[in-house]
Design a protein around this ligand. Structure first.
Ligand code: NAP
Length: 311
């Protein structure tokens, strides 16, 4: 019998209890799934979410792995009481959602959709045909599970896609950069910039005043990564002086974004409430069951976080 503790919040328990149980059965696993325990030493695996009830892993002396329901791990990766492998969520449906959000919002700005959606005023705006995607440069910072999938989707629409990551990548249809020099080279050509980096000590404020200044005049920024990747004051200044044409922001230092935050009222900012993509219950349950099956079979876990790198 494998003991699995669901420590990802009571609201999610209602969503996950049945799909997780089904996935364990399908994976051939004999699991006792519970939402609380009086015998933490007997727990083999914890299904985890950073805003759940658990922050001290010390009593879980028999733990084999923690399976995060989120792709981002910045709130748990530095937990000093956690010494077993931490697996982040890589869910094909989460990836699909991000590809759709990024592709949709890139196309909104590329096609200048707002001009006509908000321009139903009797004025015939001739001469506003958009350029072709092949003449627009999109840069994706972060070429992991999500960034690489988004970059490939944009390349299929024929955008000129460039991407940047810590290690050098080779992705069909995407010009790949790495290193600090690579970041500057990529920013200099970004008509549309998409941030899909994790939040780590190295990436915090990566889009600071100096880096924002490298972007071409009237560039557009999409941030579905993490709020703290951007230096907010520098972005607001760049939006105010017209250097940046628009920022579509899904994630923020403080969430929910406070009602009086200047982003809400700014005419060049679109706020979306951290909905770019989410873990989907059915596919995520399968991913978790598969990882537990691997652990029980003595195979390496998938998607293990590099604690030193922070993601
Ligand atoms: P991932 O697979 O871990 O990919 C991260 C990418 O960032 C990798 O390409 C990595 O480079 C690169 N990277 C990390 N640190 C770097 C650095 N210092 N310099 C340059 N590149 C660096 O993560 P993912 O699954 O794609 O997710 C990315 C982020 O999206 C998550 O961490 C989370 O914050 C965010 N997210 C947001 C939502 C939403 O709804 N808004 C939903 C899910 C996820 P290497 O390839 O060389 O390792």
């Amino acid at each position: 019998m494998i003991n699995v503790l669901f420590a990802a919040g009571s609201d999610r328990w209602a969503q996950y209890e049945a799909p997780l149980s089904d996935a364990f059965v399908r994976a051939g696993l004999d699991v006792r799934l519970m939402v609380k325990t009086d015998t933490p030493a007997s727990i083999d695996y914890i299904v985890y979410a950073p805003n759940g009830p658990l922050s001290d892993f010390t009593p879980f002396t028999g733990l084999k792995a923690v399976l995060n329901l989120w792709a981002g791990v910045e709130n748990v990766v530095g937990n000093p009481t956690l010494s077993v492998p931490l697996c982040r969520m890589v869910d094909p449906s989460l990836t699909d959602g991000m590809v759709e959000w990024v592709t949709g919002h890139v196309l909104r700005h590329h096609l200048g959709m707002d001009t006509h959606i908000h321009g139903q005023d009797g004025i015939w705006r001739a001469g506003t045909a958009p350029p072709l995607a092949k003449d627009r440069r999109v840069v994706v910072l972060g070429l992991g599970e999500l960034g690489a999938a988004c970059a490939q989707s944009l390349a299929r629409v024929k955008f000129q896609v460039h991407g940047w990551s810590r290690s050098q990548k080779s992705i069909d249809g995407v010009m790949c950069y790495s290193g600090e020099g690579g970041l500057k080279a990529a920013l200099c050509i970004a008509d549309i910039l998409v941030l899909l980096l994790p939040l780590t000590a190295e990436t915090e404020n990566i889009l600071n005043r100096e880096m924002l200044a490298l972007l071409p005049q009237a560039a557009v920024i999409l941030n579905p990564g993490r709020g703290a990747l951007i230096e907010d004051e520098a972005l607001l200044d760049a939006l105010n002086d017209g250097g940046i044409a628009h920022a579509t922001l899904d994630v923020f230092r403080e969430e929910p974004l406070p009602p009086d935050h200047p982003y809400w009222a700014h005419p060049r900012v679109t706020v979306t409430p951290h909905i770019a993509s989410e873990t989907r219950v059915g596919s995520a349950s399968q991913v978790i069951a598969d990882n537990i099956r691997r652990g029980q079979a003595g195979l390496p876990f998938l998607h293990v976080v590099d604690r030193k790198a922070g993601y």
